[in-house]
Write a protein that binds this ligand. Structure first.
Ligand code: C5P
Length: 350
C-alpha cells in the first residue's frame, strides 16, 4: 500500500503522529505552567494567545502554500511573483472557501476553552479528560464520514469514558512546586468550570476535526491553501474577545492591552500551539482523526513520565488505574484482529 510522502526515509504519516504525541504533552505542561505560575492579577490574556496562534499559523501556511504553487513552464506570466500571488489568491478565495468557516469558528471556541480548562484543572486531569475527544471524534466520524465501527470499538469507547471518569475522581496529581509551595495552592481553580470547558472543547474538537477531514478529502485543494482559509476565517471570531478586552480598558493602547503580561511562557505556549496546529493538519491529511486520538493518548504516558521527572508528581492509585483504562481503551479501539500478525494494527499499517 502507498505510504505517502517521506522525510529522511520515514513516512510522514508516522513521523507526524509521534511528533504530535510529544507536542501534546509539551503543550499541556507549558500551557498549564504559563497559567498557574503567576497570580491572576498578572495573568496574560488567552484571547491574545488564540489570536496570535492564528496569525502565525496562517502566515506559515501562506508561505508554504506560495512555495508550492505550480505553474506550467509554458505560462511565463504565471511564473512571476505577481502571477503566482494572483494564482494563490484565486485558490484561497475559491468558491468553496466558505466551508472552512465552520471548523474555523469551532476551533476558536475550542482553543479558548482549552485555556479555561487548563487553568482550572490539574495538568494530568485535564489531559486525561481531554481524551473524550476520541469519543466525540468517533461519533462525528460515524455521522458525517459514514465510518463503520466494529463492536470492540464501541466497547473501547465505553471503556474510555469509564477511564476518564475514574481519573476525574483522583485526588492528587501534578503539583508544580516553587519555593516549597505548590503553585496551584496560590491559584484558585474551579474543577467544575474546568470540566465543563473540557467537555465542550471535546465536542467542538471532534466536529471541527471531522469537518476539516471531510472538506480536505472531498476536494483536490492543497492542504496549505485549506489551512490559510481556516486561519482567515478564524481571525474574526478570534478578534472578538480581543476587542472586548480593549473596549473594557480603552485608555490603554491596542498593543499594550493585547500584550499585557504576555511574557516568555505565554509566547512558548503560542509557539507550541502553532506547531501543533500545523502537525494536526498533516495528521488529518495523511492519516485520520481517529488515529490522531491514538497519538494523543500516547502523550498521556509521555506527560506522566515527564511529570514524574520534572515536578513533584504525586501518583495515586486511582490516577494510574484511570490512565491505564484510557490507554487500554485506545489500544482496543485501534486493534483490528484481522491484521494482528505484526504491530501494523497500532498505526493502521496495511
Ligand atoms: O485537540 P485537537 O486535535 O482537536 O486540536 C486541534 C488543534 O489544531 C486546534 O488548536 C486547531 O486550531 C488546530 N488545527 C489547525 N489546523 C488544522 C486543524 C487543526 O491549526 N488544519
Amino acid at each position: 500500500a502507498p505510504v505517502g510522502p517521506t522525510l529522511c526515509g520515514i513516512p510522514l504519516k508516522y513521523l507526524s503522529l509521534v511528533t504530535l504525541a510529544v507536542q501534546n504533552s509539551a503543550l499541556t505542561l507549558i500551557m498549564h505552567y504559563s497559567r498557574v505560575s503567576t497570580p491572576p492579577s498578572r495573568a496574560y490574556s488567552p484571547a491574545t494567545a488564540v489570536f496570535m496562534n492564528e496569525i502565525l499559523k496562517g502566515s506559515i501556511s501562506l508561505l508554504i502554500a506560495f512555495s508550492r504553487i505550480e505553474a506550467p513552464p509554458s505560462d511565463g506570466q504565471a511564473r512571476t511573483l505577481i502571477g503566482r500571488s494572483k494564482r494563490l489568491a484565486r485558490d484561497v478565495f475559491s468558491q468553496d472557501c466558505w466551508k472552512l468557516s465552520i471548523p474555523a469558528i469551532l476551533y476558536v471556541i475550542q482553543n479558548n476553552l482549552q485555556f479555561v480548562a487548563v487553568s482550572n484543572l490539574q495538568a494530568a486531569t485535564f489531559q486525561v479528560s481531554y481524551q473524550m475527544k476520541i469519543l466525540t471524534t468517533a461519533g462525528f466520524s460515524v455521522l458525517l464520514l459514514r465510518k463503520k465501527l466494529a463492536s470492540p470499538q464501541w466497547f473501547a469507547l465505553l471503556l474510555l469514558a469509564i477511564g476518564v471518569a475514574v481519573v476525574q475522581i483522583q485526588a492528587g496529581a501534578v503539583r508544580i512546586v516553587e519555593d516549597g509551595v505548590p503553585l496551584e495552592d496560590t491559584h484558585s481553580m474551579n474543577a467544575l468550570k474546568g470540566f465543563v470547558a473540557v467537555v465542550i472543547a471535546c465536542l467542538t474538537s471532534g466536529l471541527a476535526g471531522v469537518y476539516f477531514e471531510m472538506v480536505l478529502k472531498n476536494s483536490q485543494t492543497d492542504l496549505w491553501v485549506r489551512n490559510v482559509q481556516l486561519s482567515l476565517f478564524s481571525l474574526l471570531p478570534a478578534l472578538a474577545p480581543v476587542s472586548y478586552l480593549y473596549a473594557s480598558n480603552p485608555q490603554e493602547g491596542w498593543l499594550s492591552t493585547l500584550f499585557h503580561n504576555f511574557g516568555g511562557w505565554a509566547w512558548a505556549t503560542v509557539l507550541v500551539q502553532v506547531f501543533g496546529g500545523l502537525l494536526t493538519a498533516l495528521v488529518i491529511k495523511y492519516s485520520d482523526n481517529i488515529l490522531k486520538g491514538f497519538a494523543t493518548s500516547l502523550s498521556i504516558v509521555i506527560s506522566f513520565m515527564a511529570s514524574v521527572a520534572l515536578f513533584d508528581f504525586q501518583i495515586t492509585l486511582t490516577f494510574v488505574t484511570g490512565s491505564l483504562i484510557v490507554v487500554l481503551a485506545t489500544w482496543l479501539y485501534n486493534h483490528q484482529p484481522k491484521r494482528s500478525e505484526s504491530f501494523s494494527w497500532a498505526f493502521g499499517w496495511t
